[in-house]
Design a protein around this ligand. Structure first.
Ligand SMILES: Nc1ncnc2c1ncn2[C@@H]1O[C@H](COP(=O)(O)OP(=O)(O)OP(=O)(O)O)[C@@H](O)[C@H]1O
Ligand SMILES: [Mg+2]
Length: 142
């Protein structure tokens, strides 16, 4: 997880995005496919970066913590957010608000299915013009 985040730092810099990271876990094993988990993270980061394209304040807060045998990964952005109508559709396959050729609309639906196969949960809180908060919870591997 941290290596994927480090890999993205140059993109954040290019886009003038301020990043605040809080990692409160030393080591936490989750069961799953590494590249699939990277795919999940890359998509939610890309969504956040895209959403902040025209934002005055561009800030990403990344939090990784552990609670009740779950690893929780939270990403908060200061992007355009989505309104109630759109919110109910963002997890649907092929739903996208991006221009043709820019987004397939599969990112979140694939991410959600990867996370749920790992026994985890995805939740998204967002409102129009108020950014978005995406939380992924993954169970600890015992
Ligand atoms: N952080 C976010 N802030 C605002 N809107 C978001 C955010 N994340 C997702 N969305 C909305 O949800 C839609 C679906 O997201 P999803 O990742 O599934 O597809 P996409 O990003 O459009 O395409 P792809 O992931 O294939 O590049 C986006 O088009 C966008 O409207
Ligand atoms: Mg996407």
């Amino acid at each position: 997880m941290t290596s994927t985040i480090e890999f993205l730092y140059s993109t954040f810099k290019e886009e003038n995005i301020e990043v605040e990271t809080s990692i409160q876990v030393d080591e936490f094993l989750v069961l799953g496919n590494r590249s699939q988990l990277q795919q999940v993270l890359l998509n939610i980061f890309k969504n956040a970066v895209d959403a902040m394209e025209n934002s005055k304040i561009k800030k990403l807060s990344i939090q990784i913590s552990a609670a009740d045998d779950n690893l929780s990964f939270t990403l908060v952005d200061t992007g355009h957010g989505v309104n109630e109508d759109i919110k109910s559709q963002i997890l649907d396959p092929f739903f996208t608000t991006k221009d043709v050729g820019k987004g397939s609309g599969l990112g979140l639906s694939i991410s959600q299915s990867i996370v749920s196969k790992m026994g985890g949960e995805t939740s998204i809180r967002t409102a129009e013009n108020s950014g978005a908060k995406v939380e992924i919870k993954l169970p600890k591997h015992s």
